[in-house]
Design a protein around this ligand. Structure first.
Ligand SMILES: *Cc1c(COP(=O)(O)O)cnc(C)c1O
Length: 344
């Protein structure tokens, strides 16, 4: 059984995409502006948005393992899928550039936004800069099937292509967030703080599933992790996250059934109408964090999750005295794609 960061590193090949532990810092000005200080709630952020390449973001932790496997298996090309403004696609393109792999992206129209900024700026502009080949899929095309077909076609030309699933959220990708949970626990000892609540957005579920598995392994209680779903509805997201967390534990030689459905805590009330559609709470949260702390959330994931955290603090749903760790997952380029949403 594999339980520690060094055991993970020796069992699974990785490529380095993040230098050392990402910093954790306290948001004192935000605490007083949102009323957390009066409830003795401390809010810290973990800067997983500060990756060393590609503009940073949570997908780098998953790609450390996914590209590690691609290189170990002798692949020369990585194909992945996402929406037009996929942060995962952009970071896959950057990480492939860094490690000398060709990258192809199958991008689907997942969000009904048709303005020039959404279609051509932000992440999709960077995909091109990082040298990825971008395929814009017609509506109703199954992106994963298109990626697999493309891999077959490339193999016929003698190339060795590997397909990475949406968001990098396979059990192997989720191991990146098992490592993050163990990193947080090491940082707690240095900071002299225990985080009773670790907050993240949940899109394709690998981030939460990995953290849940990691806190469980460390004997800290998987319920430490609280997510806000932003993509599928709450129940679909919950079932997928329970499944993926179990598969991630199994990959480490642990029993998947050690986790129960109650161990996975997800709130679906802050997604709004659908994935990628702005909410007032998101706009307010992005502005509040920018103006109080000089930090950038994103419009699709972290803005909605942070809006959920702020709403819960204001509603008294976070117990007094809690130390909260909000994991900043990146996505800054998405702000430029949502210029019109912020113009009002
Ligand atoms: C992908 C993404 C998430 C969600 O992570 P999952 O592992 O897909 O649940 C959160 N924030 C940002 C900025 C992302 O790009």
């Amino acid at each position: 059984m594999i339980d520690t960061r060094s055991q993970i590193a020796s069992h699974f090949p990785t490529v380095p995409l993040i230098e050392g532990a990402t910093p954790i810092r306290r948001l004192s000005r935000l605490e007083s502006l949102c009323g957390a200080d009066r409830q003795n709630i401390a809010i810290y952020v973990k800067r997983d948005d500060l990756g060393e390449i590609g503009g940073g973001g949570n997908k780098l932790r998953k790609l450390e393992l996914l590209l590690g496997k691609a290189l170990a298996d002798g692949a020369d090309t990585v194909i992945t899928i996402g929406g037009i403004q996929s942060n995962h696609a952009r970071l896959t393109a950057a990480a492939c550039a860094r490690h000398g792999l060709a990258c192809e992206l199958m991008l689907a129209d997942m969000v009904p936004r048709h303005d020039v900024a959404y279609r051509n700026n932000g992440n999709v502009m960077l995909d091109d800069l990082f040298g990825a080949k971008v395929h814009r899929l017609a509506p109703n095309v199954d992106a994963l099937a298109a990626a697999q077909d493309r891999a077959v076609a490339l193999r016929e030309q003698g190339r060795r292509a590997m397909v990475v699933p949406s968001g990098g959220s396979s059990p192997l990708g989720a191991l990146g967030y098992v490592r993050c949970a163990l990193e947080v626990i090491e940082q707690e000892a240095i900071l002299g703080t225990t985080f009773e609540r670790v907050v993240v957005p949940n899109g394709s579920s690998g981030t939460q599933a990995g953290l849940v598995a990691g806190f469980h392994l460390a004997g800290r209680g998987a319920q430490t992790v609280n997510a806000y779903s932003v993509l599928a509805d709450r129940d679909v997201t919950h079932a997928r996250t329970v499944q993926l967390a179990g598969e991630t534990l199994a990959l480490l030689g642990h029993s998947a059934s050690a986790l129960s459905a109650d161990d996975v805590v997800i709130d679906g009330a802050h997604r709004g109408e659908a994935y990628g559609i702005p909410t007032q709470g998101m706009l307010d949260a992005v502005r509040l964090l920018a103006r109080s702390e000089g930090l950038l959330l994103d419009p699709v994931y972290s803005g909605k999750a942070f809006a959920g955290l702020l709403a819960d603090i204001r509603a008294g749903a976070v117990p007094a005295g809690t130390s909260v760790l909000y994991v900043m997952t990146g996505g800054t380029p998405g702000l430029f794609a949502y210029r019109e949403a912020f113009a009002g």
